[in-house]
Structure formats: structure tokens, C-alpha cells
Design a protein around this ligand. Structure first.
Ligand code: SF4
Length: 295
């Protein structure tokens, strides 16, 4: 049996930056508040919680008195309305927003200032979209499919994407708009790191008999990787090695392991180790993580 860890894997630059920042801050002083899960990975969030990261899911959960306390904006960004309230309470703000997300905020503000009717293609409930929508004061529509968009005479449409969508989801809305409106400005705010992973998974899925995609259930980019892989081969999206079932592996000679941008390399290695344990494999020591089991 061969196991391939599909490159690139491990944290993306945005998550690496934020997690590194959190670790440094917690080393300096043992407590830091964050609104919403820092990243969509339960094990990593639990590890950081043990070091002192306090996650709150609403302003009610955040201590009223923020003087002397620090508050981190996670990589997805944060609606300015929430940030304003946190500042009012006296917290010291540390901005961990991914630069690619901040770039999307700037583009949205520019399009809004130029008078475009703003359309954000993405998942309404995703925190990145909440931040983006907040950045433009709520003056944007969020759609995921062209069917959700209605057109008006004389429309000037400005279209942006959630960074972790599939390109075809973004272009479907842009193509529909191009057929209907006179003036259209589409800015590609898809994250190149996400796109590279999607492409790598697509290629790997064509040469393996099973793909295991590792990452949080609520991780949008991980879900997209699993969707892509499932088009070409058998695929399971799991969060941890203990969800792996031996029957999935039986009779398979080539297995791929991929992970979302918030899945640490250690999680992929743990799944690899679990496969070895279940199937009695031996690692042939190759750098790319291939494992060979004597037949
Ligand atoms: S997936 Fe892209 S946009 Fe999102 S945090 Fe990572 S680098 Fe930033």
C-alpha cells in the first residue's frame, strides 16, 4: 500500500501567522481573548486553550472590563461593529486578520465607493463573510449561486468572492451577471493558497483509490477539498485519526491524505500513523510521506 500526503499541506500562511502570533502572545502573558474559534480545527483550538486562549462566541461572554486584557482578531477578520465594542471595553487589540482577507476588505470598500451594487459570493454564515459585510456597513448582498441574484435595470455590479470558495462557484455568478448587466466589475479575491490545494487534490484524486481529507467539519476550505476529491475517487472527510475505519482501507493500494489550511501537519501524520497501525504498514522513509506495506 502506498500513502501519499498531498502537497501542499499544513497551515496556510494566514493561519501560520495567526497561530504564531497567539503562541508568542501567550508566552509573554498567559491570557488572550478571541471572538469565535481561532481556526476551524478542534485539536489546535484545544491546544491553544490549554496555553491560555479564551474563546467567546458572543459579546455577552466577553468580560465587560477589558483594561489590561488583550483581544485577538482571528485570521477571518471581525465586523467593525464588534471590534468597536471590544475597544470600548478597554481591551488591547491585536490584529491577526490574514492579509488576503484584508485585501478583500479594501476591494469591497473601493467598489462600494465607486458606486457599484456590491455582491459577495460565499457562505452567509461564514465568519469571513460576516467581517467583509461588516467592513462595508452591511451594504452588500451575499449569494452562493446565480439563482439567488436578481437583476435590476441599469445595474452596475461589483462582485467579490469569499477567499475559500471553488473558482467555479465565483465564476458562475460572474457569468450570470455578465449576461444581465451593462456594467460589471469582478475582482478575484479567491485565495491562491486555497486554489493550489484544490488543484493538488484534484490531481491526486485521479491517481489514488481513496482520499482522506482531514480538517474541521466547519472548515469551508476543507469541505471544498472533500467535494473535489469525491468527484474522482472514494473520499472521507474526517477530523481525527480515531474516525478512521479499517473497512475503508481494505483492498486499497493507493491512498491520499490531504488537509485544509487550518489542519496542522501533525494531524495528517497522525492519520498516516493510524493507517499504518490498522494495516500493519511500514514507512519506507520517503520525504513525501509515502508508506509502503509489504503485500
Ligand atoms: S486560506 Fe488564504 S485567505 Fe484564508 S487564512 Fe489562509 S492564506 Fe489567508
Amino acid at each position: 500500500m502506498e500513502i501519499e500526503l498531498v502537497r501542499p499541506y499544513g497551515f496556510c500562511s494566514g493561519v501560520r501567522r495567526t497561530v504564531g502570533l497567539v503562541e508568542r502572545l501567550l508566552r509573554e502573558r498567559g491570557q488572550l481573548y478571541c471572538f469565535g474559534e481561532l481556526i476551524h480545527n478542534l485539536e489546535e483550538v484545544a491546544r491553544l486553550a490549554a496555553l491560555g486562549l479564551r474563546t467567546v462566541s458572543s459579546l455577552e461572554e466577553l468580560p465587560i472590563e477589558g483594561a489590561g486584557k488583550r483581544f485577538l482578531i482571528r485570521a477571518h477578520g471581525l465586523p467593525p461593529q464588534i471590534l468597536e465594542e471590544v475597544k470600548q471595553r478597554g481591551y488591547q487589540i491585536v490584529d491577526g486578520t490574514c492579509p488576503r482577507v484584508l485585501a478583500a476588505h479594501s476591494e469591497a470598500l473601493r467598489l462600494a465607493a465607486e458606486g457599484y451594487r456590491l455582491v459577495l459570493v460565499g457562505h452567509r454564515e461564514h465568519p469571513e463573510l460576516a467581517g467583509l459585510l461588516g467592513a462595508v456597513g452591511g451594504r452588500a448582498e451575499v449569494v452562493l449561486t446565480p439563482e439567488e441574484l436578481s437583476f435590476r435595470p441599469g445595474d452596475r455590479l461589483g462582485v467579490l468572492s469569499q477567499t475559500t470558495l471553488l473558482p467555479e462557484q465565483f465564476t458562475a455568478v460572474v457569468a450570470a451577471a455578465a449576461r444581465q448587466v451593462r456594467e460589471l466589475k469582478a475582482v478575484n479575491t479567491l485565495c491562491q493558497e486555497t486554489l493550489r490545494r484544490q488543484e493538488a487534490v484534484r490531481e491526486a484524486a485521479c491517481r489514488v483509490e481513496l482520499m482522506l481529507v482531514i480538517g474541521g467539519r466547519n472548515s469551508s476550505n476543507t469541505a471544498r477539498l472533500a467535494e473535489i476529491a469525491a468527484r474522482y475517487t472514494g473520499c472521507y472527510h474526517i477530523e481525527s485519526p480515531n474516525q478512521l475505519e479499517r473497512r475503508w482501507l481494505m483492498g486499497k493500494h493507493r491512498i491520499g491524505i490531504s488537509g485544509g489550511t487550518s489542519t496542522p501537519e501533525t494531524s495528517l501524520r497522525a492519520v498516516q500513523g493510524e493507517i499504518e497501525r490498522l494495516m500493519g504498514g511500514v514507512n519506507d522513509g520517503k520525504e513525501d510521506g509515502r508508506v509502503r506495506r509489504e503485500q
